[in-house]
Ligand binder design. Structure first.
Ligand code: FAD
Length: 559
């Protein structure tokens, strides 16, 4: 209104429109740069997904994340949440906090991916707010690269009644539900009007599955009941029972047998009833039917609460993808050693939702031997053999971990006769056999946070270096022959595993077949798990929860 047209104002107008235009061209340029960025779509914010996000160069890609939870949960401490040793909020960190700390930017949608369409580079998602009348519309997303890190779901083995009557221990919500369930059992058992048998039934806690999670939960529950519950519910002191049912011959059978037998003896002393060689056939709201494998006898056990922890199964969305890419016959989604999903393009899978197949490696190794064995005698001199092994280790460093552990002994056996004298020639068929054992070990990388985190980090590094590799296609020295992938294959480094056994005792199996059990190992567990937290905030919360527990005990309120 107050603008008066003067020659100067025309100049100003001209200048400002020039600036606006150059601004527009700047915007257009930055838009172009934005467009040039490839789109990575990540499904899942668990161990694999978060370690991928943490190590990815976020500025080089347009990153979108879909997960039904907007947080990362430190699953190894879930058993501690079931009894209030640590609080649920102490083991979770918002994904946006993690990304903010990297000064990065992502788009995160709280939704489930319900369908992957690899042919059209598209996924369909369903918001995690079923009951909201507005925020419940399915939406689809395009990708240039898809990283699947959706983990796995609980495996019920189709046992009737399990889904309806058992508690699971997989998510934070599950752990909180168990915590309330345990307290409920005690509150119900002390109500007037119940017979002693009814009280006993309410206080019979059954854990199905003698793997690390089942064992750790049994130990936590035992400590909680002995240290914090019995003193405040003295009337039912002698009615409580914990049973651990395991279909195999031993609990913790993936650990060294010294650990598994230490755990069995400790549980025996603690009064935890460990039943091995027993298979659950069905579950109802009142009892659990089991079959004793050795005798075939079937019996029924009344229960107050059952926690089902027998392993993991593939999620429906992954099953559907497997059907589409010709993997319908497999149990788990297969990737190659670079974590690419077999049968589709630009799709990667990491963590519990996938498994690496090594068949190609074994074929290559067999071929290297065929070539080295020029006279086709089936033997090589020791020097030739050592050269071939060195060549294999350069090409396939992931084999080294296994050769350096138990399997190295097999190789040494091949090089010396039973009296220990060095052989002049080596039977290469024997070595191939030893490697096929390595192959079967490698196929079954354990479904652990350790594997998932290492895979996420490996894949992020590959993505972050992709541009550099395009500029320098000759690649690292060992891959210059042009026949190999530009990146080294994924190589798992096993750093050991823990099993907390309650009563301030833990067992640990560390690299180099080193086994440690007892109180000092529990302190090692405390330090490792504190150091592995994703942020200083959760580290401080977890350590303060442990301190609170030492001083005041666990809280038994039912909230
Ligand atoms: P997860 O960590 O399960 O993450 C999967 C992610 O995908 C989650 O964010 C989930 O919300 C999301 N998601 C699920 N469905 C969809 C979908 N349809 N669309 C999009 N996103 C989806 N391992 C160890 O090494 N040491 C331990 O001490 C240990 N203790 C454990 C204790 C318990 C109680 C449990 C349950 C597991 C434990 N594990 C331990 C195993 C470890 O937690 C898993 O191996 C690890 O979480 C696997 O990581 P992941 O990223 O593949 O899957």
């Amino acid at each position: 209104l107050f603008f008066r047209a003067t020659p100067d104002s025309y100049k100003l107008l001209l200048l400002s429109s020039t600036l606006t235009l150059s601004g527009a061209s700047l915007v257009a340029y930055s838009d172009r740069k934005q467009v040039e960025k490839k789109k990575i779509l990540l499904l899942g914010t668990g161990w694999a997904g978060i370690s991928f996000l943490k190590d990815l160069d976020l500025s080089s890609y347009d990153v979108q994340v879909v997960s039904p939870h907007n947080y990362f949960a430190f699953t190894p401490l879930l058993p501690s949440v079931t009894c209030g040793t640590v609080e649920a909020r102490s083991i979770v960190e918002p994904v946006r906090n993690i990304v903010n700390k990297k000064r990065g930017e992502i788009q995160l949608w709280e939704a489930d991916c319900v369908k992957i369409d690899p042919a059209n580079h598209k996924v369909l998602c369903r918001p995690a707010f079923e009951n909201d009348p507005v925020a419940n519309q399915d939406f689809s997303l395009q990708y240039d690269f898809l990283v699947i890190a959706v983990g796995a779901q609980v495996n019920t083995f189709g046992t009737p009644g399990v889904s309806e009557n058992c508690y699971f221990l997989k998510e934070v919500d599950d752990a909180q539900r168990i915590r309330r369930g345990v307290i409920d059992c005690f509150e119900k058992a002390v109500l007037p009007g119940l017979t002693e048998l009814q009280r006993r039934t309410k206080l019979h806690f059954v854990i199905v599955g003698g793997g690390p999670t089942g064992v750790e939960f049994a130990a936590e529950l035992h400590d909680f009941i002995q240290e914090d519950i019995i003193p405040i519910y003295p009337a039912v002191k002698n009615l409580v029972k914990i049973s651990l049912i395991q279909s195999g011959d031993h609990i913790l059978n993936m650990f060294d047998e010294r650990i598994s037998s230490f755990a069995e003896h400790k549980f025996l002393r603690d009064g935890i009833d460990v039943q091995t060689g027993v298979r659950v056939t069905s579950v109802s709201d009142k009892d659990i039917s089991v079959k004793i494998k050795s005798t075939g006898e079937v019996c029924s056990i009344p229960h107050g609460l059952i926690v089902w922890s027998t392993g993991i199964a593939t999620r429906p969305v992954i099953r559907d993808l497997m059907q589409q890419v010709g993997q319908g016959e497999r149990r788990v989604l297969a990737t190659d050693e670079w974590l690419r999903v077999k049968g589709c393009e630009n799709v990667y899978a990491i963590g519990d939702c996938a498994s690496i197949t090594q068949r190609k490696i074994m074929e290559d190794i067999a071929m290297i031997f065929e070539v080295a064995d020029k006279d086709k005698s089936g033997t090589l001199t020791v020097e030739e053999f050592q050269d071939v092994v060195a060549d294999i280790l350069v090409r396939y460093p992931q084999v080294e971990h296994f050769l350096k552990s138990k399997h190295l002994r097999n190789v040494t056996d091949l090089l010396a006769d039973p009296e220990g004298n060095a052989k002049k020639e080596v039977d290469i068929n024997g070595f191939k056999l030893a490697l096929s054992e390595v192959d079967s070990q490698m196929k079954s990388l354990p479904a652990t946070a350790q594997v998932a985190a290492q895979q996420g980090s490996y894949l992020a590094q590959c993505f972050s270096k992709m541009e550099v590799c395009k500029e320098h296609p000759e690649g690292p020295m060992r891959f210059r022959d042009g026949k190999h992938h530009q990146f080294r294959p994924f190589q798992y480094k096993h750093l050991g595993q823990f099993a907390p056994l309650g009563g301030e005792q833990a067992a640990a199996e560390l690299p180099g077949d080193w086994v440690s059990v007892g109180r000092s190992t529990q302190w090692l567990w405390y330090s490792v798990y504190a150091s592995k937290q994703v942020s200083w905030r959760t580290r401080a919360l977890v350590v303060s929860d442990w301190t609170r527990r030492f001083i005041f005990g666990r809280d038994s309120s039912r909230i």
